[in-house]
Design a binder for this molecule. Sequence first.
Ligand SMILES: Nc1ncnc2c1ncn2[C@@H]1O[C@H](COP(=O)(O)OP(=O)(O)OP(=O)(O)O)[C@@H](O)[C@H]1O
Ligand SMILES: [Mg+2]
Length: 462
Amino acid sequence: MSNNEIESSTSNEKKRKRVKEEEEEEELGEISPDGSYFSPPMAPRHPSQNDPLSQTFTEEDLPLTPNTVTSPPPPSGQENNLISSRSFKGCSKFDDYEPIKKIGEGTFGEVSTAKHKPTGRTFALKKILMHNEKEGMPITALREIRILKALKHPNVISLFEIAFQKGDRQIRRRGSIYMVFPYMDHDLSGLLDNKNVRITAAQIKSYFQQLLRAVEYLHSCNILHRDMKTSNILIDNQGNLKLADFGLARDFERDNKEREYTNMVVTRWYRPPELFMGAVKYDESVDMWGVGCVFGELLKRRPILTGQSDIDQLEKIFMLCGTPTMADWPEHINLPAYKSTISAIKSSYSKSFSERFSSLHKEEANLLELFLEMNPLKRISAKKALEHEYFITYPLPAQPGSKDFSPFPTSHEYQTRQERHKAEAEAEAKRASTTRNDGNWRGKDRREYDGRWKDERDSRVS
Ligand SMILES: Nc1ncnc2c1ncn2[C@@H]1O[C@H](COP(=O)(O)OP(=O)(O)OP(=O)(O)O)[C@@H](O)[C@H]1O
Ligand SMILES: [Mg+2]
């Protein structure tokens, strides 16, 4: 199985719905017994220098804020013309871009490269999928934009602007909104999957150091990413890494341990054990498990925990880390789904980490083990991980922008997935024609292949 075929029992639709509900509860207040919303008193915010979400936005900071209209008021009946001639700060016309090709597809959007006509620069445009047109811009996209605008770090993707494409009734085209990002040559999933790419130990160290810096920054801003995985990590040919896809990110209350968040987050292969056991009170440690899975994948060049279902994933975690005990993780028995998950796993396992990762260097294995700690309270933080001796032993981390990095063939998860599907289809077609010669042909046609591909794509969860 490949890195790209990440399955999850959490359907995309369910996940989207839950995140949306979470946001609505937050914005509108709690649901009263009769089902209607009532607003709670405003929670006090404690602004801190490091918390970008506590900064007060001015109108100018907000996306889609109309610039002041300076022209005289229009004669009555011409208001529509005024609306269409308004420009918005941080928002441009889609016509300024010349689409090139599709490079990604996910739960919350579709990503294409495009040339910015005025500058000739290449950008990545993520189309915001409108799952329910009547509700307008999805709340998940608004949250993603709000968080992206608040963040500024060399290892976090920056939002260049929002591009708007007007609908056209004549050709039955709906209006679309795009997030515009600087184009990055690769995502880490595509890069690790590409057989023509050789990545040195010093480059791995550099990528991982940059990832940890991004995560340390996010957590210092009280933001959880909640979708840590290799396809959300972007890399350019100079060796710069940027963490992307803030579609599931949110701010969290560090000092409020009773605060509950949605449990339906993080792609299965990167999801920590406490989430499988139903945890809803969590913190930045949920991201650190995923960071560890990415580190293992960088070192082994393939995903390290690849469950076929949620229970299978948890069992695989137990096989690696050992079935949890009261001594090393006393709180696990209080988790909401502890009983149902534990009873579904019949065997008891002892830890097999050292055998499984015996080929790694001492510092690599030692650091990896600190992320793959089942007890979230004991799991290493990004800040501490950056101080680990792995980063000061030879080979030292390669330097982005130096001759330590030379261009790799462009690699994105979407492209490698397409290529694999093509190869699979060819193999299948060959097999089918052989079977037909044997007289057992079942009449497989292209539509059936398409159906299978679609099912695969829909079961992939971000
Ligand atoms: N700035 C960029 N430069 C190059 N490629 C990008 C860029 N942004 C996104 N991509 C590509 O598009 C893919 C999907 O983007 P993104 O993860 O933001 O969307 P998504 O809909 O949230 O995806 P998913 O649900 O699969 O996580 C990425 O894995 C990457 O391959
Ligand atoms: Mg993604």
